[in-house]
Write a protein of this length. Structure first.
Length: 426
C-alpha cells in the first residue's frame, strides 16, 4: 500500500513539476505589465491539463465495472441537466431546456461528427454545415410535403447525408490541405444557395409546418421529491410539442450517446488506426499498404451521416427552416469547437462544443458586446492552449512535431521545439 501511494504521489509531483515553467513560456515576448495576469491564466490552464493527465492515467487502470458506473452516473447527470436550479445559473436569460437542445446539444452532436473527419482522419472540412442542411431539408420536405413520420425521415436523412458525403469525397479526396478545404467550403455554399434558389423547397422563405416527432408515451415525471426540487416534476420526456424543449433535449441526448458509442468503437478498431496513420503521414500510410482513399471516404460518409441526423432532429423541433440557418459561420463554429476542445479527443471535443454554444448565451447581458467577449475568450484560450483544453497525448505530440495538432492540412505549423531553419527547409 505504501508503495502504491508513493508511486501515485510521485506521478502527481512529476505532472505538476513543470507547470510554472510551461506557463511562463506561453507569453514570451508580451509586455512586462501583462506578465502577472497572463502567468496566472496560463498557470490555471496548465494545472487543469496536468489534472486531466492524472485522471487519464487513473482511468486507464480502472476495471470495467468502475467505468460502467461512471458512464451511468454521467448519463444520470445529463438526464437531470434540464433542472430549473441548474438553468437559473447556466442560462438566466434564455429557456434552459431549449438551449440544451440547440445550440448546446446540436453543437455537441455536430462536433462529434466533424471530429471523425478533422480529428481522426485529419481532413479539413469547411463545409460541414451542408450535411446539417441536407438532414434538415430532408425532414422538412418528406415530413411536410409527403407526410412521412420522424423516424422514417431520420433513417432516410442519415442515408442521404452519407451518400452526399460519398459524392463529395469521391472526386475531391485526392486533394489535400488547403485545396480540400476550399472544395468543401464551396460545397457548403452550393447547398445553401441551391436551397435559397429552389422554389419547390420554399426558396429564401424556407419551409414551414414541419411535423414534430410522434409522442412515444404520455408518461410524466412524478410530482414528488427529488423531482419537485429539481423542477422536473410533471415533465413529459417523450411528448413532443412546440413549447417545451426538454423532450427534444432527451431525444438529442439519446442520439449523442449512440454517436459516442459508435465513434469510440470505430476509434479503437482497425478503421480508427487507419485514420490515425493517414492523419499523421498519409504517404507513409499508403506505402505501408493502407487504402487511404477508401478510409478517407469512409470518414467523410460517417461524419456526414452524423451531421445529417443532427439536421433531422433540429428541424423536427424548429417547425420551419430557412437557408440562412445553414451559413458558413455554422461550419466555422463547429470547427472552432473541435479545435478548442482538443481535436481527436472525444471528451475534449464535447467540452469545446459546450463552451462554444454556452458562453454567448451566458454573457447575453453584455448585449452587443457579447460576441466580442466570446471571440476574445476563444483567442485567449488558443494562445495559451493551442493543443486544446483536453487534448489527447498523441495530438499534443503531433503539435510538438509541427503538424498543428491536426495532421498535415496545408501549411505546416512549427511546434514549440521546431527550429526556424527546419520550417524553412520544408
Amino acid at each position: 500500500m505504501n508503495y502504491n501511494g508513493n508511486s501515485t504521489s510521485t506521478k502527481g509531483q512529476a505532472a505538476f513539476a513543470g507547470i510554472a515553467k510551461r506557463a511562463g513560456q506561453r507569453f514570451d515576448g508580451a509586455p512586462a505589465a501583462l506578465h502577472p495576469p497572463l502567468f496566472g491564466l496560463a498557470y490555471v490552464l496548465e494545472a487543469l491539463g496536468a489534472i486531466a493527465d492524472l485522471f487519464r492515467d487513473w482511468w486507464a487502470r480502472q476495471p470495467g465495472y468502475v467505468r460502467w458506473i461512471v458512464y451511468l452516473l454521467l448519463i444520470v447527470g445529463a438526464v437531470l441537466l434540464p433542472s430549473d436550479q441548474i438553468g437559473g445559473f447556466m442560462s438566466p436569460y434564455s429557456q434552459w431546456g431549449s438551449l440544451l437542445f440547440f445550440p448546446i446539444g446540436g453543437y455537441i452532436l455536430l462536433a462529434i461528427g466533424l471530429n471523425v473527419v478533422v480529428g481522426q482522419a485529419g481532413l479539413l472540412d469547411l463545409g460541414y454545415v451542408a450535411f446539417f442542411a441536407i438532414g434538415g431539408y430532408s425532414m422538412a420536405v418528406l415530413g411536410s410535403k409527403f407526410g412521412w413520420s420522424f423516424w422514417e425521415v431520420l433513417a432516410v436523412g442519415i442515408l442521404l447525408s452519407a451518400l452526399s458525403g460519398i459524392l463529395l469525397g469521391a472526386p475531391t479526396l485526392r486533394l489535400r490541405g488547403d485545396y480540400l478545404a476550399i472544395v468543401t467550403l464551396g460545397f457548403g455554399e452550393i447547398i445553401r444557395i441551391t436551397a435559397r434558389n429552389t422554389d419547390y423547397i420554399g426558396g429564401p422563405n424556407g419551409i414551414g409546418g414541419i411535423p414534430h416527432p410522434p409522442n412515444l408515451t404520455e408518461w410524466q415525471v412524478p410530482d414528488g421529491e427529488p423531482f419537485t426540487s429539481l423542477g422536473l416534476a410533471g415533465t413529459a420526456p417523450f411528448k413532443y410539442g412546440a413549447l417545451d424543449g426538454r423532450p427534444y433535449y432527451y431525444l438529442m441526448l439519446a442520439a449523442i450517446v449512440i454517436a459516442i458509442i459508435f465513434v469510440k468503437r470505430l476509434e479503437n478498431s482497425r478503421v480508427g488506426r487507419a485514420w490515425a496513420s493517414i492523419r499523421e503521414d498519409e504517404d507513409a500510410a499508403e506505402l505501408m499498404g493502407v487504402p487511404t482513399f477508401k478510409f478517407k471516404l469512409a470518414a467523410f460518409a460517417i461524419g456526414a451521416a452524423i451531421g445529417g441526423g443532427t439536421g433531422v432532429i433540429y428541424a423536427s423541433q424548429a417547425t420551419s427552416i430557412l437557408p440562412r440557418n445553414f451559413e458558413f459561420i455554422v461550419s466555422a463554429t463547429i470547427l472552432a469547437a473541435v479545435v478548442l476542445g482538443g481535436s481527436g479527443n472525444l471528451p475534449g471535443v464535447m467540452l469545446g462544443a459546450f463552451l462554444v454554444a454556452w458562453i454567448p448565451e451566458r454573457v447575453r447581458f453584455l448585449q452587443e458586446y457579447r460576441i466580442l467577449v466570446f471571440g476574445a475568450v476563444l483567442v485567449v484560450l488558443m494562445i495559451f492552449r493551442p493543443e486544446g483544453l483536453l487534448p489527447s497525448r498523441r495530438r499534443k505530440a503531433e503539435l510538438a512535431e509541427g503538424t498543428g495538432g491536426m495532421g498535415s492540412m496545408g501549411a505546416e505549423v512549427g511546434g514549440p521545439g521546431a527550429s526556424v531553419a527546419a520550417e524553412v527547409g520544408k
